[in-house]
Design a protein. Structure first.
Length: 176
């Protein structure tokens, strides 16, 4: 990769607009739920979760979970839990907040793992979805944008830890 900024795929203002639409939908769907526990999947979801949670109008608490990543680049690997949620989610309404769903293995694993904590409900939200890359069937309740088979960075997403804080979503050509 060069030092040049990645070309823009989704602009900052389009992200802002879509995040507020998602938050409005989620706020309406959970209006009678009492409270929702947002579980952000580290590291990629940290910016999305920050913006989404601040746009919600319903009571919410924040948790984080970490799973093994693809490694330094873009190659797929086995899913492994690195950090579990700290709070008790038993009997509570859980919304998993992902940056991106690619093959679906990570989200599928997380749903199964969190179900074992006996929450009242589990729903899923992702900013980005690469539907054509799906390898497992997994229910995604809230999707920000559908994208094609390309590697994207920015707004929390990285390639080899680079470009996470780019304000827009751009694409890069992985070298591995
Ligand atoms: P999955 O298990 O294949 O669905 O992959 C999910 C995880 O892979 C995401 O949480 C990201 O960490 C990573 N990932 C997949 N595609 C991209 C991408 O285009 N950019 C950055 N990270 C990605």
């Amino acid at each position: 990769m060069t030092d040049a900024l990645p070309p823009e795929l989704i602009s900052e203002s389009d992200i802002r607009k879509r995040v507020s639409e998602l938050a409005a939908q989620i706020s309406s769907d959970y209006a009678d739920a009492g409270e929702v526990v947002l579980i952000g999947v580290l590291k990629g979801s940290f910016i999305f979760l920050a913006d989404l949670s601040r746009n919600l109008t319903i009571p919410r608490t924040i948790e984080f979970i970490a799973v093994s990543s693809y490694g330094a680049g873009s190659k797929s690997g086995a899913v492994r839990l690195v950090m579990d949620v700290r709070g008790n989610i038993e009997g509570r309404h859980v919304l998993i907040v992902e940056d991106i769903v690619d093959t679906g293995h990570t989200l599928n694993y997380l749903i199964g793992m969190l179900e074992s904590h006996n929450p009242a409900s589990i729903r899923t939200c992702t900013l980005l979805h690469k539907a054509e890359r799906a390898e497992v069937e997994v229910t995604i309740d809230y999707v920000g944008f559908n994208i094609g088979d390309e590697w994207v960075v920015g707004y929390g997403l990285d390639y080899a830890e680079q470009n996470r804080t780019l304000p827009y979503i751009g694409n890069v050509q992985p070298v591995d």
